[in-house]
Design a protein around this ligand. Structure first.
Ligand code: SRM
Ligand code: SF4
Length: 582
């Protein structure tokens, strides 16, 4: 790369190297094709690895095998993760079955439902990558912009029982998603087998421009009282507001949420989104474009750890940001309307719509759809997908809704749920049903500790404590991640575990049950063996001392275990104010 231009927004600081890469990639093509054809390695170059993210694909290696392969002088056991975009989380049974088949043909035989209502395949070998992505497209889904410095999968509350409202809100999330999709034809050219669009005319990105965004961008739509999408964790959010007749009147607009941070780096921090204003349903897409383009133009392109919208807003202020957005919109946003969130978790089991259709939400631990021992979840969901005539909905908590079951169809679905004991999964403790983990080892290259593989043991240990205290059915939000990037949204959990090093976690307490307040560091570097001794006494005290209806997170603040987090300083350094567990 010849020149080193400086960003006008941060004079004196050179642009991050990814900015040059994007600029010179010919709209996200780079050398991907060359690298895919290179049979001398199972991997791709680092530059191509950055660019394939925009196509929904991550280069990974099996970290369980790293040491052994190093000793044997072999290259890493490379494979690829592909993320399938599912705007609003709604997919057809035919799409489910197609992905289920691809998982066996080319991936590791599992489907992973993510915290952002998407599917992931893990373990795809380079030689199978094209067939996998092509197969996804044949199922009328895609992996475009599932990762990379662009707008990601737009999330939306699945809300099937309020069908009219859901369909309106869902339409808005799809419209935002479509509007903000990159226009580059590189994706189709590389993965769908089309020739250069228009005979090789240069691409254009009318919204993004050649360097796309400084960093990833995430949008969600929430329908109160459910905050299942964790609206305050995202760059841009819409809170559905009804008019007096229960019809959708518009949205409160939230901006500047984000969770990723680095341990002990105070300049990085999770941030709760601000409520910026109100927009009508018709304005929602325009607002998304303008919010995103302000971030496109003012986000920090020199430092990727400071490049999310949350830092732009924290540095320049909400009033400045709103002014910039409104100037581009050409109108003022309205005053935010009243709203109330009660919870972030999913409501399990059966619910009925007014029109007689029913919906069944199934708990899926860590969103991993696989057959294990005598719990054949993947087989069960395949049989259900064959039988079911409605749709399937991925939740923001890694669970699944079998939605729109006609009255006549219900006995058949009930029989399948019974046959495969899926209903018993929903009988789990309040802690287990509200627990999430990120993927972490062995596929995630950034993991510092176990997460998905550790969750069952962690939950079992802690649910024994809750059970002994008589709290088996109390809902408490527990989340674990293998590093502080925050993929399982651990900083919004009443009990959050964040991997520090193998077998050691930072423990965070005090988030609000409805997702409106971050938690705070309670104890750093806790070895697995010390988790129960650390939290057991707090759980027992909670059982005895809580006030009526008091949530665990609120109690840990009232009882003085942690102070609520207001500033990045609080968040990182609250260990200095921790009360000793009595
Ligand atoms: Fe994430 C990076 C998995 C939701 C913040 N995330 C990763 C990567 C791709 C690792 C990498 O860059 O090499 C992980 C792949 C692991 C694997 O093997 O599959 C990964 N993130 C996930 C998923 C699959 C976790 C899950 O178990 O469900 C979620 C996929 C969502 C999706 O469908 O798009 C996932 N990631 C999140 C969330 C939660 C959310 O958005 O609701 C966050 C926190 C919110 C936020 O963005 O602030 C999140 N992921 C990150 C970050 C930190 C970003 C930051 O601003 O600092 C990284 C690292 C990065 O981008 O550099 C990251
Ligand atoms: Fe990987 Fe960290 Fe995200 Fe977990 S939180 S999936 S360990 S990047």
């Amino acid at each position: 790369m010849s020149s080193k231009p400086e960003t006008t927004l941060a004079p004196g600081k050179p642009l991050h190297k990814n900015e040059h890469l994007k600029l010179e990639s010919n709209f996200l093509r780079g050398n991907i094709l060359r690298d895919l054809a290179d049979q001398s390695t199972g991997g791709i170059t680092e530059d191509s690895g950055q660019l394939t993210k925009f196509h929904g694909i991550y280069a990974q290696d099996d970290r369980d095998l790293r040491n052994q392969r190093r000793k044997e002088n072999k290259e890493k056991a490379f494979s690829f993760m592909a993320r399938v975009r599912v705007p609003g989380g709604v997919c057809t049974t035919a799409q489910w079955l197609a992905l289920d088949t691809l998982a066996d043909q080319y991936a590791n035989g599992t489907l992973k439902l993510t915290t952002r209502q998407a599917f992931q395949f893990h373990g795809i070998l380079k030689g199978d990558l094209w067939r996998t992505i092509n197969g996804v497209n044949k199922a009328l889904l895609d992996t475009i912009a599932a990762c990379g410095d662009v707008n990601r999968n737009v999330m939306c509350n699945p809300n099937p029982e309020q069908s009219e409202l859901h369909s309106e809100v869902f339409k808005v999330s799809r419209a935002i998603s479509e509007h903000l999709l990159p226009r580059s034809s590189a994706y189709h050219e590389l993965w769908v087998g089309e020739d250069l669009v228009g005979g090789g005319e240069p691409d254009a990105e009318p919204i993004y421009g050649k360097t796309y965004l400084p960093r990833k961008f995430k949008i969600v739509v929430a329908v109160p009282p459910s905050n299942d999408v964790d609206i305050f964790a995202h760059d841009l959010g819409y809170i559905a507001i009804n008019d007096a007749s229960g019809k959708l009147a518009g949205f409160n607009v939230t901006v500047g949420g984000g969770l990723g941070m680095s341990h002990n780096q105070i300049e990085t921090y999770p941030r709760i989104a601000d409520v910026m204003g109100f927009c009508t349903v018709q304005q929602a897409v325009d607002v998304a474009e303008k919010v995103m383009t302000v971030q496109r133009d003012f986000g920090d392109r020199t430092d990727r750890k400071h490049a999310r919208l949350k830092y732009t807003i924290a540095d320049r202020g909400l009033a400045w940001f709103r002014g910039e957005v409104e100037a581009r919109l050409g109108y003022r946003l309205g005053t935010p309307r009243a709203f109330k969130f009660t919870h972030t978790g999913d409501r399990y089991g059966w619910v009925e719509s007014h029109d007689g259709r029913s919906h069944f939400t199934i708990f899926i631990q860590s969103g991993r759809v696989k057959d294990t021992g005598n719990y054949k979840l993947r087989t069960a969901l395949r049989e259900i997908a064959y039988a079911h005539k409605g749709d399937l909905r991925l939740t923001a908590n890694q669970n699944l809704v079998i939605a729109n079951i006609e009255p006549g169809e219900r006995p058949r679905i009930e029989a399948l749920l019974k046959k495969h004991r899926l209903e018993t999964a929903n009988d789990a403790s309040g802690l287990k049903l509200n627990a999430m983990s990120c993927v972490a080892l062995p596929t995630c290259g950034l993991a510092l500790a176990e997460s998905e593989r550790y969750l069952p043991e962690l939950v079992e240990m802690l649910e024994a404590e809750f059970e002994a205290a008589g709290l088996r059915h109390d809902e408490v939000v527990l989340r674990v991640t293998g590093c502080p990037n925050g993929c399982g949204r651990p900083f919004l959990a009443e009990i959050g575990f964040v991997g520090k090093s193998p077998g050691k976690y930072n423990v965070y307490l005090g988030a609000a049950f409805n997702g409106s307040r971050l938690n705070t560091l309670f104890r750093a570097n806790v070895p697995e063996t010390e988790i129960v001794p650390l939290l057991g006494p707090i759980i027992r005290r909670y059982a005895v001392e809580r006030t009526p209806g008091e949530r665990f997170g609120d109690f840990t603040i009232r009882a003085g275990y942690v102070k609520p987090t207001y500033t990045p300083q609080d968040f990182h350094e609250a260990k200095a104010v921790k009360a000793e567990a009595p």
